[in-house]
Design a protein around this ligand. Structure first.
Ligand code: CUA
Length: 163
């Protein structure tokens, strides 16, 4: 019995090290009633923004049953910071084929960092059951070459649609 516990413990430790798993490090709160309207997550501040150091920040609201914005544009080979929150219930944020996998909770800001090695389309499903429309809740991340992203204007960088 003790040997089985030791083996299971060892498997957890080994897989978390081997797959570089780490729990979310930041705890930030936000008023879920005023998202879209004011503060960091107001409508005009959502989407991708270029930071002075060359990295990008993507702000996103997950709500029943969609992600806003629904299609994200980010450059390849660049540090990307996602800042996420929810006005209603807990949603999930999973970027297929990357290390990004987190929950989005109302009242809190989830922050995850990653970078994309090559351009392409990434599927972003909500993977936390959030209600009847859960299975239809997903978004897309379009990763473009770094040089192409640099040529875009501030409004074009915000999302996939030409601004
Ligand atoms: Cu949102 Cu499931």
């Amino acid at each position: 019995m003790l040997a089985m516990l030791a083996v299971m413990m060892a498997v957890i430790v080994f897989t978390s090290v081997a797959h570089a798993l780490h729990p979310p490090g930041n705890v930030e709160t936000i008023n879920p009633l005023t998202l879209h309207l004011e503060g960091e997550f107001m409508e005009s501040n959502l989407g991708t923004a270029l930071e002075p150091d060359g990295s990008v920040t993507v702000r996103l609201i997950a709500q029943q049953y969609s992600f806003v914005p629904n299609c994200l544009l980010v450059p390849a080979k660049t540090p990307v910071r996602f800042r996420l929150t929810s006005p209603d219930v807990i949603h999930g944020f999973l970027l297929v084929d990357t290390n990004v996998n987190t929950m989005i909770m109302p009242g809190f800001i989830s922050e995850v960092r990653t970078s994309f090695a090559r351009p392409g389309d990434y599927f972003l499903p909500c993977h936390e059951f959030c209600g009847l429309g859960h299975h239809g809740m997903w978004a897309r991340v379009v990763v473009v070459p770094k040089e192409q992203f640099a040529k875009l204007s501030r409004t074009q960088r915000v999302g996939c649609e030409p601004g």
